[in-house]
Design a protein around this ligand. Structure first.
Ligand SMILES: *Cc1c(COP(=O)(O)O)cnc(C)c1O
Length: 375
């Protein structure tokens, strides 16, 4: 009836079909499938958009995080702090490189890493922090950069859900991912800037880091067939770069469309007694990769989800299992670490449909249905 989807990439494509189709055809005509000119173009366009010296495109967001940690020259046993409430990639790459993840609980309002608990988790082995700008809003980068500087720790921002968000860093509004030592993003189709397959990128303002990252992403090679480092093969497809070049032009519009939908949700749902709508940090813009409610203890999430489904409204749980409860990671836990907030969130969050093409009619149906549920 209302044809509501969690993410609607079909309508979005139809609105830019001509441009996207031409871009794809251009790549096929040129047969420059690997590292074609569109990749460099996209790199420069994204550098300009972000106001950063270097963007290094790569194959996906998980690779970006792995390459970033490889570029920091960490040693086996070094500790990397990540939030407990995130997508698995943030923690996975730490383990994969033989490093020790140190999980930290999150803030109950912004869902980003808890600053007090972060500082308490630091010890002499801590070498990096990977804050995640979850659901489209930046972690408390002012505090994180202060702590990092004080303890001489690197900061790798996970910007996969917040490409285009802005943060008031010590009085200047800067783009998410340009404040830490390295920023890592994903162009997975459903992200705020998404392509039509896999894609990712790293950002840095450090010239030496730029060279290091490029080398690692290219088999550890600066000169073809000569390998100074052990690297990986991680490239952004030319086809994906061509699509991203088109979509980057619309990124601000897309993020504004998400904000408009969120404002509608806020207005209709903000005063409901049993739900917490997204809380905005005054130092960050929020570009709503997800619009995520927190239900109070009286609300049965499954029941609400089923009710919405019957009304033709999809909803999702991001994330049902916090990192410290993942069986591959339980061995790394310190007995003193507790995660009451991420545990509660994993049981009580519910994300509503959020994308760039939501109509007022759809939003009205969604919000009215939720209001009626609580009547
Ligand atoms: C999507 C995502 C990633 C991984 O990106 P891929 O491109 O799927 O590898 C990493 N971190 C977070 C927070 C994400 O949401």
């Amino acid at each position: 009836m209302h044809n509501i989807r969690m993410v609607d990439l079909k309508t979005q494509y139809e609105n830019i079909k001509h441009e996207v189709d031409n871009a794809i055809q251009d790549v096929i005509d040129s047969t420059a499938f690997i590292n074609g000119p569109h990749v460099k173009d996209f790199q420069h366009n994204l550098e300009k958009y972000l106001g950063i010296d270097s963007v290094i495109p790569c194959a996906n967001g998980t690779d970006a995080l792995q390459i970033a940690l490889m570029a920091l020259n960490l040693e086996t046993g070094d500790e990397v702090i990540t939030p407990d409430f995130t997508f698995i990639s943030t923690v996975e790459v730490v383990k994969l490189l033989g490093l020790k993840p140190r999980l930290v609980d999150v803030n109950p309002e912004t869902f980003t890493i808890d600053i007090d608990k972060l500082e308490k988790a630091i010890n002499k082995n801590t070498k990096a922090i990977v804050p995640v700008h979850l659901f489209g809003q930046c972690a408390d980068m002012n505090a994180i950069m202060d702590i990092a500087e004080k303890h001489n720790i690197s900061v790798v921002e996970d910007v996969a859900q917040a490409t285009g968000a802005e943060y008031n860093f010590k009085g200047n509004w800067e783009k998410a991912g340009t404040i830490g030592h390295i920023g890592c993003t994903s162009f997975f189709p459903s992200k705020n800037l998404g392509c039509y397959g896999d894609g990712g990128a790293l950002f840095t303002n450090d010239h030496q880091m730029d060279e290091k990252i490029r080398t690692i992403a290219n088999h550890g090679s600066k000169v073809k067939y000569y390998h100074d480092d052990i690297g990986v093969n991680s490239r952004l497809d030319t086809l994906q770069a061509a699509i991203l070049n088109v979509k980057l032009k619309y990124l601000n519009n897309y993020n504004q469309a998400r904000q408009k939908a969120a404002a509608y949700y806020d207005e209709k749902l903000g005063k409901l007694e049993h739900i917490q709508t997204p809380v905005k940090d005054r130092n960050s813009s929020h570009i709503y990769h997800q619009y995520t409610l927190v239900l109070d203890s009286s609300v049965n999430r499954n029941e609400l989800k089923e009710y919405l489904k019957e009304k033709g409204i999809p909803s999702m749980v991001y994330y049902p299992v916090p990192m410290h409860k993942q069986s591959a990671y339980v061995d790394d836990l310190k007995s003193e670490d507790k995660f009451p907030v991420s545990e509660r969130l994993s049981e009580k969050v519910l994300s509503l449909p959020m994308h760039t093409e939501l109509t007022t009619e759809q939003l009205e149906w969604i919000t009215t249905s939720i209001i009626n549920y609580f009547k």
